[in-house]
Design a protein around this ligand. Structure first.
Ligand SMILES: [Zn+2]
Length: 125
């Protein structure tokens, strides 16, 4: 049985959300740990400052990663809502259709390729 374009998109989005949720839970999982728990010590007081700095950097990266994953999940869920509303595949900026090839690699895309490039330029400037 052939899937409709919407069914294909929904399947891709659900798979992507599951993937992102699994990735988010990977390092540590759940709430960010305290430095003490992360190093398995009650206190970081007697640690060499360089060790603490390294641990802090790793923790910052983990939090940034999870934050990025959370935002990505939100984008996937917004795309699922657009599917329900029948506006999926429309550019949020110009209202034009988002390219099929773009949706294939980025099912949660909110902008067409032209608008995505334009908004990247705006962010950089
Ligand atoms: Zn557009």
């Amino acid at each position: 049985m052939d899937e409709t374009r919407e069914e294909v998109a929904r399947r891709r989005l659900l798979a992507r959300r599951a993937e992102l949720r699994a990735a988010r839970g990977a390092p540590g999982g759940g709430e960010p740990r305290s430095i003490g728990e992360a190093t398995g010590e009650l206190s970081t007081y007697d640690n060499h400052p360089a060790d603490v700095a390294t641990e802090t950097t790793v923790r910052a990266q983990e939090v940034a990663f999870r934050d990025g994953a959370r935002r990505a999940i939100e984008r996937v869920e917004a795309a699922l809502r657009r599917l329900d509303q029948g506006t999926y595949g429309r550019c949020l900026r110009c209202g034009g259709p988002i390219e099929e090839g773009r949706l294939a690699v980025l099912p949660e895309a909110e902008l067409c390729a032209g608008c995505a490039r334009a908004s990247e330029r705006e962010e950089l400037s």
